[in-house]
Ligand binder design. Structure first.
Ligand code: NAD
Ligand code: WQD
Length: 345
């Protein structure tokens, strides 16, 4: 056994989790994955072993299982937790709000109680740019008002408030609240990537599945937004840059403690049509598309002011949109059905 720090990564088998585990190993940490595999596949463990040379320890369990979590903190000494486990589909959260509050909020409360019992008081939390709702202006700074427009976003806001109250009650807690913008791409190896079940709700995996021939054409939701080409503008960030942001946050908390709230984005906005063009360049394939009505709840433009993370964490997103698309395409073309054809489509 090496004396590397153990980091519990809830949701570590998921899209962002797998890339965060890879980045942790690269930075000299030992990730332990805690995941119920409700939206991921155990094959990711084989891939991480191939990629990093070491197989992450894996606990197949639910974040709401208090007994299991207590046992985890009793059995192993952890330096910190990176908490990514949760549900993230906006539309589903409108249909099943109780389920979303249960997993995202009750799950976090259960985790925090177990951490307190196990005397682990350092946590990096996956928040989301969705807490800003429809911002009055862009780029978005951390002190903009939080006004999420759906239950998913409200679960993230509630957890942010819980963490602030806990920090206020006991200065030993150290928290980093990371508000991710739109993570895309994949590790450059093509071994790990995004593997949504069913029909992808997000733009990039949908485009990638059109390129690989799994879907016929992209529906572009709205071309009458007040943006340069009329389609929605977002801040796409390479998932490896995002993963490295977690290492920077962890390092900052370990060295300085405190309560950090920061955007993780690039500061650049790209439209849907610009993304399609970038993916066509990366894949050499044409992406057939048609214009469709706006998707309910969508906003025109959303991108970060990333300067707080740059200054505070010494972190900056490095990978450009062409790299994001090239890496996403490498993953998609080598794994046309993701980790193992879960949806068989
Ligand atoms: P993902 O679905 O790929 O990963 C989440 C992981 O959590 C999955 O492996 C899933 O099996 C696991 N999980 C879900 N419910 C669980 C439970 N009850 N107990 C244990 N494990 C459970 O999603 P992701 O894109 O990797 O997102 C990770 C986190 O980042 C989520 O909290 C999400 O809300 C947040 N986030 C994601 C995005 C994005 O666009 N991908 C943007 C902002 C924030
Ligand atoms: C991007 C753009 C769409 C699909 C969502 C969540 C947010 C965060 C990230 C977790 C928009 C357009 C999309 C398609 C399209 N997740 N689009 N055709 O909506 O910015 O954010 O994921 O926290 O909470 O809301 O990302 O990838 O769904 O859409 O035209 O088939 O692509 O209208 O302009 P979004 P997205």
């Amino acid at each position: 056994m090496s004396d590397a720090s153990n980091i519990l990564v809830t949701g570590g088998a998921g899209f962002i989790g797998a890339h965060t585990c890879e980045a942790l190993v690269r930075a000299g940490f030992r990730p332990v994955i805690y995941d119920n595999l409700s939206n991921s596949n155990a094959a990711v463990l084989d891939r991480l072993e191939r990629l990093t040379g070491s197989r992450p320890a894996f606990i197949h369990a639910d974040i709401r299982d208090a007994h299991q979590l207590e046992r985890v903190f009793t059995d192993t000494s952890f330096d910190a937790v990176i908490h990514l486990a949760g549900l993230k589909a906006v539309g589903e959260s409108v249909e099943q709000p109780l389920h979303y509050y249960d997993v995202n909020v009750t799950g976090t409360l259960t985790l925090l109680a177990a951490m307190r019992q196990g005397n682990v008081r350092t946590l990096v939390f996956s928040s989301s740019a969705t807490v800003y709702g429809d911002p009055a202006t862009v780029p978005i700074h951390e002190d903009f008002p939080r006004q999420p427009t759906n239950p998913y976003g409200r679960t993230k806001m509630v957890v942010e408030d819980i963490l602030a109250d806990l920090a206020g009650s006991d200065p030993d807690w150290r928290f980093a609240l990371l508000r991710y913008f739109n993570p895309i791409g994949a590790h450059e190896s093509g071994l790990i990537g995004e593997d949504p079940s069913g029909i992808p709700g997000n733009l990039l995996p949908y485009v990638a599945q059109v390129a690989v021939g799994r879907r016929q054409e992209l529906s572009v939701f709205g071309n009458d937004y007040p943006t340069p080409d009329g389609t929605g503008v977002r801040d796409y960030i390479h998932v490896v840059d995002l993963a490295e942001g977690h290492i920077a946050a962890l390092t900052h908390l370990t060295a300085q403690g405190g309560f950090v709230t920061t955007n993780l984005g690039t500061g650049n906005g790209f439209s849907v049509l610009e993304i399609v063009q970038a993916f066509e360049r990366a894949s050499g394939r044409r992406i057939p598309l048609r214009f469709a009505p706006r998707r309910p709840g969508d906003i025109a433009a959303c991108y970060a002011d990333p300067s707080h993370a740059n200054r505070l964490l010494g972190w900056k997103a490095l990978r450009d949109i062409d790299t994001m698309c090239a890496d996403a395409w490498r993953w998609q073309s080598r794994n046309p059905h993701g980790y193992g054809g879960k949806d068989g489509s």
